[in-house]
Ligand binder design. Structure first.
Ligand code: SF4
Length: 445
């Protein structure tokens, strides 16, 4: 297959190509990358902080692009679901948008009384040079709440730079809350966004183990909980691409160690619980409760998966997701359903991630970094995949190519994390792959 020449090093076939995949670089101009912009990266991380004001400083299009961008649920306020914008026009682009930003912030804070405000800089702000820091500082002093600039000008890097800007904004909230009553057996969950209530399921597991969750960042997020998260003993990082940077910052300033986990699939979910139990090995009852929990959940789940496996055995899957860590879990989860992964790729994986991905995949699997619709369509055709697992931007590829699709991105409304999530995942995969619509497609073609 022909690729854009500059992308050759970012695509390899396991067992055939013998080089280290090239990654962690800016997208090739003209390749129409599947990646989102820096601003979108920040927005998806901070979006679930439900009692904060989120103000997009830029033209209305940036706000619309990320409006209600996650299926992140809140158990209380829902201020996060709005996409407030300063709606910059020609006049502000020429004369500056600071006045409009100041007035917008004052009006919105008076009207909604948020606990904090995030102000996202978009591309145009990077071009016209508004002093967003100064406006945020002034409003913060006047209104007495944290008003945090998020330096996420869309063009200034990759989606990962947006994650970093979001982590910096969160980090400035941390350290201001009272930690007197935090348990010595306590964790923060980082990189869990409460899609379809997943953070609630995961917190329930830890509760059953006897572990206190001080803050989830950012699922069902509350400013007050984030402010006291420096009191936790351990950070458990789920979406490592987005939140490892924050975990590093907290380790450096507060001495909190962190572990990387995944809540998707059977092995990884169990390991996420056992790793936390291991960290608190001075409390043997936690290990015991974890073993009981996992045994309970699996005795219910495993028999349920058998019927799906009978139908899905030998089917082929393509995976293209944001962070590579999720791809690892998906490969393992699909093995439980008897399926083989023939394409595995991510938007933001690093060298280590791709080594791990190669270890997990069968020979012949196409491994790809920062792909685009044309490449992905060709890969699907070449490999004869029966299922595509991705996000909103991969859905049209699957639909046009006539194969099943499972949404495993931040817009989804179905919980796929945890043991219950593994069952939901099997139902989704089965319904999509086995749909009779694909037989009709063959007849039409
Ligand atoms: S920040 Fe820039 S790249 Fe991102 S949506 Fe706005 S204009 Fe587009």
């Amino acid at each position: 297959m022909d690729y854009i020449a500059a992308r050759q090093g970012q695509i390899l076939v396991k067992g055939k190509d013998n080089f280290n995949i090239s990654c962690e670089k800016k997208s090739e101009a003209g390749s129409v990358s599947q990646r989102a912009c820096v601003f979108c990266g920040s927005r998806v991380v901070l979006y679930p902080v439900a009692d904060a004001l989120h103000l997009v400083h830029g033209p209305i299009g940036c706000a619309v692009y990320t409006w209600d961008i996650r299926g992140a649920l809140s158990s209380g306020p829902e201020l996060h679901r709005n996409s407030f914008s300063t709606d910059l026009r020609e006049k502000q682009v020429i004369y500056g948008g600071e006045k409009k930003l100041y007035e917008s912030l004052i009006e919105l804070i008076d009207r909604h009384e948020p606990k904090a405000a995030f102000v996202y800089s978009t591309c145009i702000i990077g071009i016209i040079g508004d002093d967003v820091n100064a406006v945020c500082k002034k409003v913060s002093q006047e209104k007495g709440i944290p008003v945090l600039p998020v330096h996420s000008e869309g063009f200034k890097g990759t989606k990962k730079d947006g994650y970093k800007a979001a982590c910096e904004a969160l980090f400035s909230l941390i350290g201001h809350g009272n930690i007197d009553n935090v348990s010595p057996v306590s964790i923060n969950i980082l990189g869990e966004f409460n899609l379809a209530g997943e953070a609630w399921m995961i917190q329930e597991y830890y509760k059953r183990m006897g572990v206190e969750v001080v803050a989830v960042m950012t699922g069902d997020g509350r400013v007050e909980r984030i402010a006291r998260s420096h009191g936790a003993v351990l950070n458990v990082v789920q979406c490592s691409g987005s939140m490892t940077y924050l975990a590093e910052l907290m380790k450096e300033k507060y001495g909190i160690p962190y572990i990387r986990v995944s809540y998707f699939g059977i092995e990884d979910m169990a390991e996420a619980l056992y790793d936390v139990a291991e960290h608190f090995s001075d409390y043997p009852e936690i290990r015991q409760k974890t073993e009981e929990l996992v045994a309970d959940e699996l005795s219910e789940l495993l028999p349920q998966l058998t019927a799906f496996r009978n139908d899905l055995e030998g089917k082929k899957a393509a995976i293209y997701v944001g962070g590579a860590f999720k791809a690892f879990s998906l490969i393992k989860a699909l093995k439980h359903l008897g399926m083989t992964v023939v394409i595995a790729g991510s938007q933001t994986g690093n060298k280590k991630d791709y080594e791990m991905l190669q270890d997990l995949c069968e020979p012949g699997t196409i491994i790809v970094d920062d792909s685009n619709p044309l490449e992905l369509s060709k890969f699907v055709k070449e490999t004869g995949a029966d299922l595509f697992i991705g996000g909103v931007k991969e859905r049209p590829i699957a639909m046009k190519m006539g194969l099943g699709f499972v949404d495993h991105n931040h817009e989804r409304k179905i919980a796929l994390a945890g043991f219950k999530g593994m069952y939901n995942f099997a139902v989704e995969v089965h319904a999509s792959v086995m749909s009779p619509i694909w037989n009709l497609r063959k007849e039409v073609l």
